[in-house]
Design a binder for this molecule. Structure first.
Ligand code: MLT
Length: 277
């Protein structure tokens, strides 16, 4: 996987295909490989870029804390370094969705569309903040094994846990491959993220929401409410999936994204022909 030198970070990313750039951001504690199926199917028609966020996967680690502001700016710097100036479609799973909200806030002109997968707009409760701080300390002290042991049961749907042993195993491996200092910094940064709810009515680019019907972390009810708040957005519910829909129901997620991208191109072509440009 190539790595690009950006201010303060060596960012690892996969880059496949050609056409409109589609950037997909992973969740926590994960890396870009959760998008493997989507990369393969979308790269036939699009340029699909899947970075490891600072602190995750093969990207370098900033000890202490990394924030959504920093991650969003890293992505903008990555696009600059790749000389991508045309608007991109930005998708994010859970934590990746928080980064996408911040990217919208800070770099709106660079966006052609948003894909929000198993994510939420609200910030953390005081109890959740305390849990993240504790998790950060434990990661630094003990490493990521406890996350690999406990997170799959929270993140995945009961049906995935019962019937897709390879997905459970894959997720465990992804978690274990991460750096404990990077995860700790991520955990502290997530605790500080703002409440993005006031942003939702201001989102003025085509937006697709995808939610696993069994998602216990970003629930269907929560994501339906987000879809109602984002003007003109669409929501796709995938009954069998939990919080990691791209891994649990990969073909359905890829199909939903492909349909969204096709529609987006149709709209862009119609807008170009109506302005005569
Ligand atoms: C994720 O999947 O990225 C996490 O659930 C995000 C979080 O801990 O809020």
């Amino acid at each position: 996987m190539p790595t690009i030198k950006l201010p303060g970070v060596d960012l690892a990313f996969a880059d496949h295909g050609a056409g409109r750039p589609v950037v997909l951001i992973h969740g926590f504690p994960m890396d870009q490989s959760i998008w493997a199926h989507q990369v393969q199917s979308l790269a036939v028609n699009y340029r699909v870029i899947t970075p490891d966020l600072r602190g995750s996967g093969r990207s370098s680690v900033t000890p202490g804390k990394v924030t959504v502001e920093q991650w969003a700016d890293d992505l903008a710097a990555m696009l600059d370094a790749l000389q991508i100036s045309e608007p991109v479609v930005l998708g994010g799973l859970s934590m990746g969705g928080y980064v996408a909200f911040r990217f919208f806030e800070a770099h709106r002109a660079r966006l052609a569309g948003l894909i929000l997968c198993d994510t939420k707009a609200v910030g953390d409760t005081p109890q959740a903040v305390a849990g993240r701080m504790e998790m950060a300390q434990r990661l630094e002290r003990d490493g990521a094994q406890f996350l690999a042991d406990t997170m799959p049961a929270r993140l995945l749907a009961p049906a995935t846990l019962a019937r897709q042993a390879e997905v459970v195993d894959r997720l465990r491996q992804i978690i274990l491959a991460g750096d404990r200092i990077g995860y700790a910094a991520t955990s502290r940064g997530l605790a500080e993220r703002p409440n993005f709810t006031p942003l939702l009515p201001r989102i003025d680019c085509p937006t697709l929401l995808i939610v696993g019907g069994q998602d216990a972390i970003s629930t269907v009810a929560e994501m339906r409410a987000m879809a109602r708040a984002i003007p003109g957005s669409r929501i796709v519910e995938i009954d069998s999936a939990g919080h990691v829909a791209p891994l649990e129901a990969p073909a359905e997620v890829s199909a939903a994204i492909e349909q969204f991208l096709r529609e987006l191109e149709r709209q862009a072509t119609a807008a170009r022909s109506s302005t005569g440009s």
